[in-house]
Write a protein that binds this ligand. Structure first.
Ligand SMILES: [Zn+2]
Length: 387
């Protein structure tokens, strides 16, 4: 019975007077507001309830909301589905689609653990949900973009990966993004916060140990800041946490970088099939002699598609290729002074060639490849590339 109809029915009862008995119809019954008090785990709760023939009747949705289980009405077959594993979602409420998130005010907390209460966090850990930990930094990204590009990028990668994993039946939750870290060549520009490597290592250790203490077992670090020192500081923290809390934690790393840094065979490294851009600035599939590692086509395209309010595309069109080769970039990335000299605007690559469709397709493709290695790792079939 619909609530409105039920209320009308009750009003009718009250108008009749002292007796609430219907005797004319076969399905007649008394329905009077119950005088009993309801408690949930010892706490008094306010719930609409009616006494009918000596039994209390409450709305299933009210119980679902209080106890937190799923109640869904399926119109097609006129059924009510109770899902003891699911969270309660209000009737008519919808989960925003990925494409809508670009209009959500760019919260790096959207669809992360931050939106969960502690019992929800506990339940997710109990269910064996995997955790995605986005890592970026706050650093300058040229004159045409805000300084949060890497943090937005890390959140985006995690969000797309979460959606991809869930489409494959794996529950994933996103930890609050870690946005402090090590910056080297961008440190010459305003807006690039620099933490010490020891701070980054300690932060990573503490975050992973916290997750482990709540019962999470699998954590995947989803990074969007291609600095070698930053990566090593995080990997150091990961190793300490693994030893201290026994958490299974993995760092998703571009194959070029893993090889160059000699960590491809480490058991905590997961290398997705090639995509995106490496620390060396080489864009997968690009024929250009110049690299595009920082605030160039790659990142500007991502921002223009997913976070358009934080990129000035008209300005981006005026900033052409920095024309820095892989050899040139090797010099730039080690020194803020060299960077200032060779790339005075703070970008390395070609912002003017940004393309929103490229931004979308490269991040979606990457999410699928990241999901492949996470699934392989969970199934125990992951093998590091040997070439
Ligand atoms: Zn960046």
């Amino acid at each position: 019975m619909k609530k409105k109809a039920f209320i009308v029915f009750l009003c009718a009862i009250l108008l009749i007077g002292t007796s609430t008995m219907f005797v004319s119809a076969d399905d007649s019954f008394d329905a009077i507001p119950t005088l009993q008090t309801f408690y949930l785990d010892g706490e008094e709760v306010d719930i609409e309830a009616y006494n009918i023939n000596g039994n209390n009747y409450v709305k299933l949705r009210d119980v679902g909301r209080l106890v937190d289980f799923g109640v869904t009405y399926i119109e097609e077959d006129n059924s009510v589905q109770i899902d003891s594993e699911a969270r309660y979602i209000e009737e008519g409420a919808t989960v925003p689609a990925t494409s809508d998130l670009t209009k959500a005010g760019y919260s790096i907390f959207a669809d992360t653990m931050v939106e969960m209460s502690w019992p929800e966090v506990k339940a997710a850990a109990d269910r064996g949900a995997v955790v995605l930990l986005p890592t970026g930094v706050i650093e300058e990204h040229g004159p045409h973009m805000g300084i949060g590009v890497d943090t937005y990028g890390a959140w985006l990668r995690s969000k797309l990966l979460k959606d991809e994993l869930e489409s494959r039946g794996i529950e994933a939750i996103i930890a609050p993004p870690m946005y402090w870290g090590v910056n080297v060549f961008t440190a010459a520009w305003e807006g690039s916060f620099v933490t010490r490597e020891s701070t980054t290592t300690a932060l990573m250790t503490d975050i992973l140990n916290s997750l482990a203490s709540w019962g999470f077992e699998d954590v995947y670090i989803v990074n969007h800041h291609g600095n070698r020192n930053h990566s090593f500081a995080m990997m150091e923290g990961l190793k300490i946490a693994k030893e201290e809390s026994g958490i299974n934690t993995y760092y998703l790393l571009n194959g070029e970088d893993a090889k160059a840094w000699g960590v491809a065979q480490e058991e905590y490294i997961l290398i997705p099939e090639a995509s995106g851009v490496s620390y060396g600035g080489i864009v997968e599939g690009s024929a250009s002699p110049y690299v595009d590692p920082h605030a160039g086509t790659y990142e500007t395209s991502m921002m223009a598609h997913y976070f358009p309010n934080d990129v000035d595309t008209e300005m981006a069109k005026k900033y052409g290729d920095s024309k820095i080769t892989a050899e040139g970039f090797a010099k730039v990335r080690g020194s803020a002074e060299v960077a200032m000299e060779m790339a005075p605007w703070g970008y390395i690559g070609d912002p003017s060639a940004y393309d929103t469709e490229y931004g979308r397709s490269i991040y979606e493709d990457e999410a699928s490849k990241n999901a492949d290695v996470v699934v392989a790792e969970l199934n125990g079939t992951y093998k590091a590339p040997t070439a």
